[in-house]
Design a protein around this ligand. Structure first.
Ligand SMILES: [Zn+2]
Length: 344
């Protein structure tokens, strides 16, 4: 990457209202069959165009072809029964009705590879593709087969590795694994969560990211954040081992968060996607606010390793707000690029 401070988003962008009900997670599709396939491709084109127009350097599909960042991947696997649903507590925070693992899990065919090829055809910019991480996947299921979180996570890691290798072959430059569960189950992260992630990236030559956030700006998450106190030190539990891991980039929530920025010292040497856009508010950041967050991060992240980003996905926001936030991210990064060039 030649450009200093290349900008990107954590992943999802709002879907157009003709494709799915807006400002909603797990929103049902409004189209069907062939029309749905075409609609998803058109939405992907729009999401790409909006990123490019806002000056985003590393672009994505905006997750336009998936209903949810975890369930859509799982829907493509065998061994999971979507009719047989159980209510489980997700990330110890909110109840959701989830499918059941009833037999050995396997990927019978590629999940996102055609979508990635389609995105690759549309742009010459570096592209990033997000996949759910193994630990976050097991936390969004009821397991009636393996009866072991670790065993199931390991099976998912192997499946994710197959998918990731094909995404790489399709021309994806950066593959990201979303692991919000890393902010909750610290003992498991250190015991086997990071090892599973390393299994998922085994043999990849493209760059790899782990995205660890405090979640979408939905009520269950904002309520949870209120219980975390004035200093959020969750990252401290997993950073030492992540610093030692083979993952290239760590994507974090920093804007308006109560994460003490000096925790970044614990991952010194890694590239960091610094969340400089709050996705839990409709207020659009000013460029100067974004720049301020990046400036603070620069105390602990070398300039050539800093990637300005959003805190999390923007799927639940309005399109207008998301557009404004993309522009603010670019403008904020630009302020810092100029400062760095001027030797400040
Ligand atoms: Zn996130």
């Amino acid at each position: 990457m030649k450009q200093l401070l290349p900008t990107s988003t954590a992943g999802s962008l709002p879907k157009p209202s003709w494709l799915a009900e807006p400002e909603k997670l797990w929103s049902p599709w409004k189209l069907q069959g062939e029309t749905l396939t075409e609609g998803k491709e058109d939405a992907l084109r729009v999401a790409l165009q909006e990123q490019q127009q806002a000056g985003i350097d590393i672009v994505s599909d905006g997750e336009q072809t998936r209903q949810h960042f975890v369930t859509t991947f799982i829907e493509h696997l065998s061994g999971v029964d979507f009719e047989n649903r159980k209510t489980v507590r997700i990330r110890d925070r909110y109840d959701a009705s989830v499918p059941t693992v009833i037999g050995p899990v396997a990927r019978q065919k590629p999940v996102f590879v055609d979508d990635a090829k389609f995105l690759r055809q549309q742009t010459d910019k570096p592209i990033k593709w997000a996949l759910p991480g193994p630990m976050t996947m097991i936390d969004t299921l009821y397991d009636d087969h393996y009866k072991s979180r670790e065993k199931l996570a390991w099976e998912f890691a192997k499946i994710l590795n197959q998918e990731a290798k094909e995404l790489e072959a399709a021309g994806v430059n950066i593959i990201q694994f979303d692991e919000p569960a890393f902010n909750v189950f610290f003992d498991e992260v250190n015991a086997w969560g990071i090892a599973c992630l390393e299994r998922a990236i085994e043999g990849l030559k493209c760059e790899t990211v782990v995205h660890i956030c405090y979640g979408y700006g939905i009520k269950a998450n904002t309520d949870w954040k209120k219980t975390l106190g004035s200093e959020w030190r969750q990252y401290e539990e997993v950073f030492p081992k992540l610093q030692q891991s083979s993952i290239d980039i760590i994507s974090l929530e920093c804007q308006n968060s109560h994460v003490p920025i000096e925790l970044l010292e614990l991952i010194r040497g890694k590239k960091v996607m610094v969340g400089a856009i709050d996705v839990a508010t409709n207020r659009i950041e000013t460029a100067e606010e974004v720049a301020d967050t990046l400036r603070k991060a620069l105390q602990f992240v070398d300039a050539d390793k800093l990637y300005p980003c959003t805190n999390c996905g923007m799927a639940p926001l309005s399109r207008k707000v998301a557009r404004g936030k993309l522009k603010a991210l670019s403008a904020g990064a630009d302020i810092i690029r100029k400062e760095l060039a001027a030797g400040k």
